[in-house]
Design a protein around this ligand. Structure first.
Ligand code: ATP
Length: 409
């Protein structure tokens, strides 16, 4: 059993005015055998957190426990934790076999034949048996990463810590190794903390993901929970590609109400392709975007003066407007906007279409001001300049408090 707990863990580099609060009161409880991905933008404190767990960095405040035992003051070698680095950190003058055995010699007093057996077994598991007598210089990046993993696995530690282990590999190999690593972790059932800045890696690999921003933990959840129920605006925008749309609004009489400056002659076809300077020359008017809220959301935002509406690109429904299509009957029919109530359907124009193969990323500007990104099936042909109706169904929207950014719905 290896449960890993971070209890109010804090790291401050330096003292006084110039000090950096790199990790701020982080609490996370990682279950035995769990694969936890620590994810966040560059500089958010991921590596520092991992290094504190490994014992490579001192802890300013808080406690780290492995199997209920405080490990704050234990040296790295005493912790029974193995770390895998982005840079592989292999010894160039040693063969693969020696590199793998080295970790074992440092941390255990196993008899030599047992050590050799473990190295062979691990090499078999990672499919690197033929490489055992080569030196790291004669290996590809992917092979080196396997050896680095092997060196950690062979020790049979209580926990693995991995710091962006795949980021030096090309995209194809990375995605292959992602699957392999996941499988391996499942087979070994060893508690793992995996650091990455790549939200795709986090979404696809972790049992749970812990999202950090500016040293503060934003949410710890399964990938699907974080995607469908982001705790705050940061998580909503960080998880998911293309990113969630946000519309900043005030709260007004049971509705979200945003004000936008748009060209007097409207966001029509003639606006597409205009340069920023041309845009500057256009006369602007203020328009209102009004999104009526259901009773439950209304109550939730009652205390907020400002709120942001959030909606994922795949939930933004769009349908080209055709000549005989302006009637209400069409809006209520079996169209892709069927899920959106009439007062959640807005007029707009497609400004840019990015074909991605399986899907098209469609940028639309609503007549009421907001600019949104929608994703539609790649087989659906939509051109820029197309007038569309845009549905924002009530059951797909997220509402975030304007001040705190916390999800209120
Ligand atoms: P990246 O993805 O870029 O590696 P990260 O999320 O791992 O970023 P950390 O390396 O943990 O971030 O750094 C967190 C913060 O602490 C950053 O502001 C960084 O500049 C600062 N920091 C890290 N190490 C030190 C140090 N030794 N001395 C001072 N500040 C440091």
């Amino acid at each position: 059993m290896a449960r890993l707990e971070l209890d109010s863990v804090t790291k401050r580099f330096g003292e006084g005015d110039g000090s950096v609060l790199a990790v701020d009161d982080v609490n996370v409880d990682i279950a035995d055998g769990e694969f936890l991905v620590l994810v966040g933008p560059s500089g958010c404190g991921k590596s520092t957190t991992l290094r504190m767990v490994a014992g490579l960095e001192s802890i300013t405040d808080g406690e780290i426990r492995l199997d209920d035992q405080r490990i704050n003051d234990q040296a790295p070698a005493e912790r029974d934790i193995a770390m895998v680095f982005q840079s592989y950190a292999l010894y160039p003058h040693m063969t693969v076999r020696e590199n793998m055995r080295f970790g074992l010699e440092e941390s255990t007093d196993l008899p030599a034949d047992e050590r050799n057996a473990r190295v062979e077994e691990t090499a078999g598991m990672l499919d690197i048996t033929e490489l055992l007598d080569r030196k790291p210089g004669a290996l590809s990046g992917g092979q080196r990463q396997r050896v680095a993993l092997g060196r950690a696995i062979v020790r049979e530690p209580k926990a693995f810590l991995m710091d962006e282990p795949l980021s030096n590999l090309d995209a194809k190999l990375r995605s292959q190794m992602r699957t392999e690593l996941q499988q391996l972790q499942e087979d070994l059932d060893t508690t793992t903390v995996y650091v990455t800045h790549d939200q795709t890696e986090a979404m696809t690999m972790g049992d749970r993901i812990a999202i950090l921003d500016a040293g503060e933990l934003q949410q710890v959840a399964t990938p699907l929970e974080a995607y469908h129920r982001p705790a705050n605006r940061f998580v909503g925008s960080f998880i998911g590609e293309p990113s969630m749309n946000f519309v900043d609004c005030g709260v007004d009489d049971g509705a979200l109400l945003g004000e936008f400056e748009v060209p007097v002659d409207g966001p029509d076809e003639s606006r597409i392709g205009l340069t920023a300077d041309d845009e500057d020359d256009r006369q602007l008017e203020t328009v209102e975007f009004r999104y009526p809220l259901g009773a439950d959301v209304r109550d939730a935002v009652a205390g907020s003066a400002e709120a942001a509406l959030g909606i994922r690109p795949e939930d933004v429904l769009i349908e080209p407007v055709t000549a005989d299509d302006e009637s209400d009957a069409a809006a209520a029919g079996a169209s892709p906007l069927g899920d959106a109530a009439a007062d959640h359907v807005f007029g707009g124009i497609v400004t840019v279409v990015e074909p991605m193969g399986d899907e098209n990323v469609v940028h639309v500007t609503l007549d009421d001001g907001p600019e949104l990104v929608a994703t539609v099936n790649g087989l659906r042909r939509i051109d820029s300049g197309t007038r569309v109706r845009v549905g924002l169904p009530a059951d797909a929207i997220h509402v975030f408090d304007g001040d705190t950014g916390e999800a209120v719905h």
